[in-house]
Design a protein around this ligand. Sequence first.
Ligand SMILES: NC(=O)c1ccc[n+]([C@@H]2O[C@H](COP(=O)([O-])OP(=O)(O)OC[C@H]3O[C@@H](n4cnc5c(N)ncnc54)[C@H](O)[C@@H]3O)[C@@H](O)[C@H]2O)c1
Ligand SMILES: CC(C)[C@H](C(=O)O)[C@@H](O)C(=O)O
Ligand SMILES: [Mg+2]
Length: 357
Amino acid sequence: MNMKICLMPGDGIGPEIVTQAVKVLEKVAKKFGHTVQTETALIGGAAIDTVGNPLPEATVAACKAADAVLLGAVGGPKWDAIDPAIRPEKGLLGIRKALGLFSNLRPAVLFPELAAASYLRPDIIGQGLDIMVVRELTGGAYFGEPRGETVVNGERAAFNTMIYSESEIERIVRVACEIARKRGKKLCSVDKANVLDVSRLWREVAIRTAAEYPDVALSHMYVDNAAMQLIRDPSQFDVIVTENLFGDILSDEASIITGSIGMLPSASMGSGGPALFEPIHGSAPDIAGQDIANPLATILSVSMMLRFAFGLEKEAAAIDAAVKTVLAKGYRTGDIYVGEGEKVGCSAMGALVLDAI
Ligand SMILES: NC(=O)c1ccc[n+]([C@@H]2O[C@H](COP(=O)([O-])OP(=O)(O)OC[C@H]3O[C@@H](n4cnc5c(N)ncnc54)[C@H](O)[C@@H]3O)[C@@H](O)[C@H]2O)c1
Ligand SMILES: CC(C)[C@H](C(=O)O)[C@@H](O)C(=O)O
Ligand SMILES: [Mg+2]
């Protein structure tokens, strides 16, 4: 198979981690007799600096022409004071919208080898952790209109609109039900239906949609309780489905149970068309340019790409196994190093995974 991949390294640690992930992709492809064709496109701060726009038309075109997209991360303090209309993050939100990527899968899996790096007590993570967070990605407060600034009683006020239509809720709940069906058959829909109208509709549509999946046990949880339960007893969760902003927050929270946000990959998909794969973390400006970032979330995003965009299960499993091997040998980037094994940098970690394939 020939795989046409659009690479968007972006900002901060983005180029460092994408470089490692691409090497891994190329090695796996070669080993299994595939070819990879890559094209690199500008996004985020890097695009602002070059062409004055976080999402150039050429980038959208390159993504649409590819079979799949691999993104590093966008943003950083350099662009924090910029006109909000052209912030780096607008580039990421824009490409998600342009490709119709409403479904964001964020698996939070604790590698048993990393149990000591988890921030939870051993008795709590005893059974390990394997949660799939299904985050709605193109709706809610991120995109809702109206939004903006106004003046209320003589002072500045700002507002956003958290809005979901029935069809938007239904399609993401359907994705989550299909995933739950292939896993532990438990789906927890997270909302704030005790306060928000949008959450009450979310819950109603979730119940109606999940009724078509009698083999999937649907439960509901308020988001504040969910944030607490994730830490108190994460093993109660199988698949979580939630709206855009809640999913953003809960997935960062879930990541730390696995040791580090540097471990969590993600897949963003729509209905056909190229999907986008990226770590859930950001551009980590505090460690950028030092070759110390953890590239594993991006490498595992390549594994998700092979599995979900190309149906290449063996190839994806080869990456997962290589990561496991490297962790079992005790190699750790700084974020998952807890005093045992050998601390390595970003490119060294990439090379170790490469060797294990
Ligand atoms: N998908 C994305 O592109 C994305 C996601 C989140 C944040 N951002 C942007 O990134 C910038 C920084 O945001 P932030 O600091 O809130 O979040 P962040 O995820 O970039 O960093 C949070 C903390 O986690 C650490 N970290 C993150 N990834 C790591 C890795 N691979 N290895 C080791 N440590 C890692 C960082 O060093 C930092 O201490 C902002 O501009 C933000 O908007 C982008
Ligand atoms: C950078 C930002 C727009 C983005 C989001 O909020 O979706 C990030 O936090 C993420 O999790 O991918
Ligand atoms: Mg986030």
